[in-house]
Ligand binder design. Structure first.
Ligand code: PHB
Length: 393
């Protein structure tokens, strides 16, 4: 037995991209159905990134998607970059007039899910997309199966793949795959119960490798250190983990506490060859992946959605297909800037396993060039706080 439902926009994936798109379209009177294979509490509990660009925060607030971000999030007016045992402050408001916000992704998702449900929109958890049919036609259809094994078909005017890097929509839109690069390292991440060690995030590059001292709240901190990609998160004791973090943050006093979670994040840069096939479009991690160093993943997904919202409005409200035709080219400009920034910052701060003495000394030179001049600091600050959204299509 297959149930068929119709909607204007079928969105696969209830992550930041899918939910925000549904929210923005609803404000224009365009209905959508969002499906996700995960259950609601898994989505709301999964620990992901934590930094929002100023433009992302402004959009969440102005679109009424989240007001909590201002009350419960924390504005960060910079970051600290550490090397040779000393810290170098990047003062974002002075350099760019903008800041970033620490507000974990699962909080953004909690707010977006609440907003979608309060609005009476069709949001279905535990529903797994298995294929997209007639992707290039004017009636693309998502084929899905629910938790009980019942088949569902969602017939739409536009299908959006916001189902992450392992999603099913990418295969339909970009069957040849994408441009990618792998890195010879990963991050060992922990959540711990401790007070913050610093007022802003600390990105520390040491001979022993890289560490990032991030935060979640006054009492819980998120920290990462560079490790080998196949590291087993269970294989290290708490004592060993703290020793690794201390080795990578010389000269800094780290507040330690019980480790309540640990994971290993692999690094990959990826951009799908195609972002659109007819009326089926990719956004967010389904379209691209960045290594986490530049904190660009969720912010780039939001930027995709700002553009796609406009393209879909033009198509469905004005019958103008031009903006959707131009979406891949315009979106790709920001995607490749973010790709560059993320891989640049990754290479700047990490030590590759095969690094030579020349490589290490050259990198010290780059760190001094960057921190030692206002234009160097501004180069990083402009990218980190986020470029203005492209809105012209
Ligand atoms: C995080 O807090 O999870 C985080 C912050 C900044 C990054 C990456 C991850 O660049």
């Amino acid at each position: 037995m297959t149930t068929t439902v119709r909607t204007r926009v079928a969105i696969v994936g209830a992550g930041p991209a899918g939910l925000l798109l549904s929210h923005l379209l609803a404000a224009a009177g365009i209905g959508s159905i969002v499906i996700d294979r995960r259950e609601r509490d898994e989505i709301e509990r999964t620990v992901r990134a934590g930094i929002l660009e100023q433009g992302t925060v402004d959009l969440l607030v102005s679109s009424d998607a989240s007001t909590r971000v201002l009350a419960d999030g924390h504005r960060h007016d910079g970051i600290e970059l550490r090397f040779d045992g000393a810290g170098h402050r990047f003062d974002f408001p002075a350099l760019t007039g903008r800041s970033v916000w620490l507000y974990p992704q699962h909080e953004v998702l909690t707010d977006l899910i609440a907003a979608r449900l309060a609005d009476g929109q069709d949001l279905r958890f535990g529903v797994t997309a298995t294929a997209v049919r007639d992707a290039a036609s004017s009636r693309p259809t998502v084929v899905a199966v629910d938790a009980d094994g019942a088949e569902l078909e969602i017939e739409a005017e536009v299908v959006v793949g916001a189902d992450g890097s392992h999603g099913v929509v990418r295969k339909t839109v970009s069957p040849t795959g994408g441009h990618f690069r792998e890195y010879p390292f990963a991050w060992f991440g922990i959540l711990c119960e401790a007070r913050p060690s610093n007022d802003v995030l600390v990105y520390s590059s040491a001979d022993a490798g890289f560490a990032l001292i991030s935060q979640r709240s006054e009492s819980v901190q998120r920290m990462y250190f560079q490790c080998e990609p196949d590291t087993d998160p269970a294989a290290m004791s708490d004592v060993q983990i703290w020793a690794e973090l201390r080795k990578r943050t010389p000269g800094m006093r780290l507040n330690e506490g019980p480790i309540i979670r640990r994971d290993v994040l692999r690094f990959r840069s990826f951009v799908a060859h195609e972002l659109r096939r007819g009326r089926t479009v990719l956004v967010g991690d389904a379209a691209h992946t960045v290594p986490p160093t530049g904190a660009k993943g969720m912010n780039l997904a939001v930027a995709d959605v700002v553009l796609l919202d406009r393209a879909i409005r033009a198509l469905l409200l004005d019958g103008d297909e031009g903006p959707l035709d131009r979406f891949p080219e315009v979106a790709a400009r920001r995607i490749w800037k973010a790709q560059h920034f993320s891989s640049w910052m990754t290479n700047l701060l990490h030590t590759a396993p095969d690094a030579t003495d020349f490589d290490r000394r050259r990198r010290q030179g780059e760190l001094h060039m960057l921190t030692g001049s206002e234009s160097g600091r501004r180069y990083l600050a402009e990218a980190y706080t986020g470029w203005p959204f492209d809105t012209a299509l």
